[in-house]
Design a protein around this ligand. Structure first.
Ligand SMILES: Nc1ncnc2c1ncn2[C@@H]1O[C@H](COP(=O)(O)OP(=O)(O)OP(=O)(O)O)[C@@H](O)[C@H]1O
Ligand SMILES: Nc1nc2c(c(=O)[nH]1)N[C@H]1C(S)=C(S)[C@@H](COP(=O)(O)O)O[C@H]1N2
Length: 183
């Protein structure tokens, strides 16, 4: 895939942010983190939507299948409350679930807050897109991404996505030797 076409999806799942009852800080926080992490050129595709499973599923499909985002980050709707259904929607649209991402994000998050165990966040693959759920608290975004992002570029390689390059002073991507592009 041509690197000039790198698209990253950002979905804020929040009833109140989608209704304008508070400013969405999650979407911008995800974009700012990715802007620091990637040196490859990329463009954002951002959405702010309600906690509705069918809407979350259709938005994930749109960003994966029509927009061609190689990475889609969601924030919000991962908890135990009735309207928290982001993991269910993610699971419904994914071909494969990558349990290790969620295990690692929760383990690291527990160092920040004991309620980290309340997040049911998952990650998975739909076609050529990697989808990662993040909790709704804007501060959780960096805490979780820092924990798993080193594995993201190689994961995207493995699903035939673009070669993502990172700023090593911010986050160092790990790729096996054979998968590294020659400088
Ligand atoms: N997108 C966001 N922008 C700013 N703050 C947020 C956002 N999402 C969540 N928060 C903050 O984190 C807290 C916990 O988020 P949580 O996802 O539990 O909200 P919620 O109770 O599901 O309601 P809603 O879906 O309306 O955001 C919120 O009360 C809010 O202060
Ligand atoms: N790193 C991190 N993880 C976190 C949190 C946090 O503040 N930081 N909040 C927890 C809380 S309080 C909840 S209820 C769950 C689910 O949040 P969500 O429904 O907003 O996705 O994420 C948890 N995971």
């Amino acid at each position: 895939m041509e690197n000039s076409a790198i698209k990253i999806g950002f979905i804020t799942v929040s009833d109140r942010a989608s209704r304008g009852e508070y400013e969405d800080l999650g979407g911008p926080a995800m974009q700012e983190w990715i802007a620091k992490a990637l040196t490859s050129e990329w463009q954002p595709v951002a959405r702010v939507i309600e906690d509705e499973q069918t809407l979350i599923e259709s938005t994930l499909k749109e960003l994966a299948d029509q927009e061609g985002c190689c990475l889609i980050l969601t924030t919000g709707g991962t908890g135990p409350a009735k309207r928290d259904v982001t993991p269910e929607a993610t699971e419904a649209v994914c071909d494969k679930i990558l349990d290790g991402f969620a295990e690692q994000m929760r383990a690291v998050s527990l160092q920040y807050v004991p309620t980290a165990i309340l997040s049911r966040q998952i990650a998975g693959i739909r076609g050529e897109s990697l989808i990662i759920n993040l909790p709704g608290k804007p501060s959780a975004i960096g805490e979780c991404l820092e924990a798993v992002f080193p594995a993201v570029p190689y994961c995207v390689d493995l699903i035939d996505g673009p070669y993502l390059e990172t700023d090593e002073s911010f986050v160092k991507a790990f790729r096996p030797k054979h998968a590294k592009k020659k400088a």
